[in-house]
Ligand binder design. Structure first.
Ligand SMILES: [Fe+2]
Ligand SMILES: [Fe+2]
Length: 423
């Protein structure tokens, strides 16, 4: 179904500012536009505009204002609601800018020009999403409020200055090393985006709600790209071809999936966003649905992997075989556990979320690693992680900071403040 929307632009000052950002951080946009018709024939040419969709409901659908008309002006939101909305818009926009920086880091490792141009299209669409969030703030003069300053201008300036390391969510401060990151990230991290955007279609502040439909439509392409790429890379690995082994792919999943889970915010919170009518589901509900969908994606890849060896095996039989191999840890019909991909437990490698597993030494399967009845010390957990995470990632700033916080947590029994990001 086509999404209906109208198109608009933001004030010239910010339009120029985002173009400046693009020239510095995404100069390849010009190449994409030059070859657009070649790689995306029939598809409307990319344009840096805000797309204003339709509201699904004129009234607020959940929370304490249920049944009241949707809010058109930021000034109509009371203090805490106003700032919570701002925090969500800011976090969303930060993910868009961050992902452009990330994709660009390993653009040159794409296997061919088709993949390269698909990544460029994803980057362009993320730029449009950042533009869209600027529109939300910029078109409504009441983000500037007596006593609160010009919240729109401050937020936009802050966003334009964010770089790898200062983005709101951890997933966007992690460097890409190779095409495997472009692939696994679009499959696993963009999927979180889908859940957030889908939920925010009901956003009680109407301009945000109207922004979601067109963004969601574009995200569909990003996720599709990721799923397809992961499946192709995995099947190539199983055939002994391709640039990456199945273990490389597993390690990339282990790197990204915990950060995807954490993008939902603490899974035992999120009631505030529901109360304000920003989202219909708490963090935990949305995260559980997300996990189930990731399981489904990986199962699809595993079925393809089983069929490399047993080309005619029906899907149901393959599914049973996968379950048997993964639960027993033994080989069955020539399929070893290491011939399949595994979705890590949600306890694995966590740094935000519930106390029970944040900074606790859980393995991929969700078992606490112990020694003499006590959890293993940080050094040993880091050694375990080194065996299951991509080797180049271990040298990254993100992992260095994690290791530091893990040790601090162990010494003090706390990981420091745990801000609620996306709520
Ligand atoms: Fe996006
Ligand atoms: Fe995306």
């Amino acid at each position: 179904m086509a999404i209906r929307y109208t198109v608009t632009t933001i004030s010239p000052k910010y339009h120029r500012a985002i173009l400046d950002w693009q020239r510095k951080n995404f100069p390849e946009l010009d190449i994409l536009l030059a070859y657009w018709e070649k790689y995306f024939p029939g598809l409307p040419r990319f344009q840096l505009v805000a797309k204003i969709g339709e509201l699904r409901s004129e009234v607020i659908e959940v929370g304490r204002y249920t049944g009241q008309p949707k809010i058109e002006r930021a000034a109509e939101m009371a203090g805490n609601m106003f700032y919570t909305a701002r925090r969500i818009i800011r976090a969303q926009c930060s993910t868009e800018f961050g992902s452009i920086e990330q994709h660009r880091m390993s653009l040159d490792t794409a296997p061919d020009d088709t993949a390269r141009f698909e990544i460029l299209r994803i980057m362009a669409e993320e730029l449009r999403h950042a533009y869209q969030m600027f529109w939300v703030l910029d078109h409504d003069p009441t983000w500037k409020r007596p006593g609160h300053g010009d919240v729109a201008a401050e937020t936009i300036e802050e966003l334009l200055a964010m770089r790898m390391g200062t983005h709101v969510l951890d997933a966007f401060n992690i460097e890409f090393r190779d095409f495997l990151d472009n692939a696994v990230y679009t499959a696993i991290i963009d999927l979180v985006g889908k859940y957030q955007l889908d939920m925010m279609q009901i956003f009680s502040y109407a301009p945000m709600a109207r922004s979601m439909g067109p963004m969601l439509g574009e995200e569909g392409f990003h996720m599709g790209f990721g799923r397809q790429a992961v499946k192709e890379l995995a099947v190539a690995a199983a055939r002994g071809q391709g640039a990456y082994s199945l273990e490389d792919i597993q390690r990339a999943i282990n790197k990204w999936y915990p950060r995807g889970l954490e993008m939902f915010g603490n899974e035992q919170a999120g009631e505030t966003a529901v109360a304000f009518g920003f989202k219909p589901k708490t963090n935990g509900q949305a995260q559980a649905e997300y996990s189930a969908e990731v399981e489904g994606i990986i199962e699809g890849v595993n079925i393809a992997l089983v069929r490399v060896r047993h080309p005619n095996m029906p899907p149901d039989e393959a599914r049973r075989l996968i379950r048997e191999v993964q639960s027993s840890g033994d080989s069955r019909r020539g399929i070893r556990p290491e011939d399949l991909l595994l979705v890590p437990s949600r306890r694995f490698f966590r740094r935000r979320g519930p106390e029970e597993y944040v900074f606790q030494p859980y393995d991929l399967r969700g078992d606490l690693l112990t020694e003499g009845g006590r959890p293993i010390p940080p050094e040993r957990y880091l050694a375990y992680l080194a065996r299951v995470l991509p080797e180049p990632y271990l040298a990254s700033e993100d992992f260095r900071r994690y290791a530091e916080r893990l040790k601090a947590y162990h010494e003090r029994g706390t990981g420091g403040p745990s801000p609620f990001w996306l709520m």
